[in-house]
Design a protein around this ligand. Structure first.
Ligand code: ADP
Ligand code: MG
Length: 342
């Protein structure tokens, strides 16, 4: 039996962007994550995030970073176009949160995106992208920085809409990602609001204990103690709850690798091992651990969302974390001092 051989053809850019969006932009919280990461990479010291209807109606992220020069805007929305890496060597030495050049192209493939941006010494530009195509571009009064408004997310991809959870769950995912990112960057002031109602505001003064107090509440921050440890490859520091303060989920453990919030089962286990028998079953601590490492020891090019990374010397790092925590519990049998300088 002969069957007609199907013809091979290249997919249109609009379609490839939608395919990429399927990986990078799973839900409203993914949009927030990507936009906030871009603001951080742009050197912002202040980032405001507002959303409406769990981010489906609108997400606005505004920063005071470098802005984008007008002649770069089209490239910013082109897939695989980035200012962050140049060559293969850079790919294994990534010091920014982004590098894939996919987020803006992906978001604009599944939403209506308006960008107002101004680089230093330039008049601002307002550009609108819909379905991956630029619709308008005009002058706009703007201070240095970038404001991106994403509307009607997934309106053109109803299948994606169908798989979202309840508005409340989607909203909590936005809150969670902004919480974690702000814990990784205590030197940046974050404001998160829901239709103008402020949910989180961090001081941006570099003080982790104050940031924790804003994220989790003062009653939790007061019960946390600082820890640190280092070897020739890693510097580990952060705040940990005393064993009498526990939660019923692991969600209050945040691992920040060079500022990037990552999920890592082994490092989570290393933290739990540091507490050892001081925690009873199904009780989890509140821990923020910041790990500084040479980017050469980290491969972030593992997953499109970059929340999973491949780490060289993971065992050594695990031991370092476990020791930092268990030693700290021995040397701080009572009372917290994280708040001594609040
Ligand atoms: P990536 O972050 O991986 O480079 P994106 O699609 O997220 O890819 O962004 C593309 C490019 O647009 C970035 O490399 C950066 O040069 C520019 N850009 C995006 N957002 C901002 C921002 N808020 N401020 C300044 N430049 C930005
Ligand atoms: Mg990016």
């Amino acid at each position: 039996m002969t069957s007609k051989m199907p013809k091979i053809h290249e997919l249109s850019e609009a379609l490839t962007n939608q395919i990429a969006a399927g990986e990078v932009i799973e839900r409203p919280a993914s949009v927030v994550k990507e936009l906030v990461e871009n603001s951080i990479d742009a050197g912002a010291s202040r980032i405001r995030i507002d959303f409406m209807d769990a981010g489906l109606k609108q997400i606005v992220v505004q920063d005071n970073g470098t802005g984008i020069a007008r002649d770069q805007i089209d490239l910013a929305f082109t897939r695989h176009a980035t200012s962050k890496i140049n060559n293969e060597r850079d790919l294994f030495n990534v010091s920014t949160l982004g590098f894939r050049g996919e987020a803006l192209a992906s978001i604009s493939a599944v939403a209506h995106v308006e960008m107002i941006t101004a680089a230093a010494d330039e008049i601002g530009t307002k550009a609108v992208f819909v379905g991956g195509n630029k619709k308008t571009e005009e002058d706009a009064a703007a201070r240095k920085g970038t404001k991106i408004t994403v509307k009607d997310l997934f309106l053109n991809t109803p299948a994606r809409l169908k798989y979202l959870r309840s508005p409340r769950t989607e909203m909590m995912k936005i809150v969670d990602i902004v919480n974690r990112i702000s814990l990784g960057y205590p030197q940046i002031s974050f404001t998160l609001s829901n239709a103008g109602k402020v949910l989180l505001r961090t001081p941006g003064n570099g003080n982790l204990a104050q940031t924790v107090a804003n994220v989790y509440g003062r009653h939790i921050a007061e019960k946390m103690i600082p820890f640190k440890n280092a070897d020739s490859d890693f510097q580990v520091s952060g705040l940990m709850s005393r064993p009498e303060l526990t939660r019923s989920t692991r969600n209050f453990i945040s691992i920040l690798l060079n500022g990037r919030y990552i999920r890592n089962f082994r490092l989570n286990t290393a933290i739990m091992e540091g507490y050892g028998s001081k925690l009873t079953a199904r009780h989890y601590p509140v821990v923020v651990v910041a790990i500084k490492v040479d980017p050469l020891l980290v491969d972030v090019n593992v997953h499109p969302t970059k929340q999973e990374v491949r780490l060289s010397k993971e065992k050594e790092l695990s031991r370092l974390i476990t020791a930092a925590i268990s030693d700290n519990l021995i040397s701080h049998p009572e009372q917290s001092d994280a708040f001594a300088n609040l």
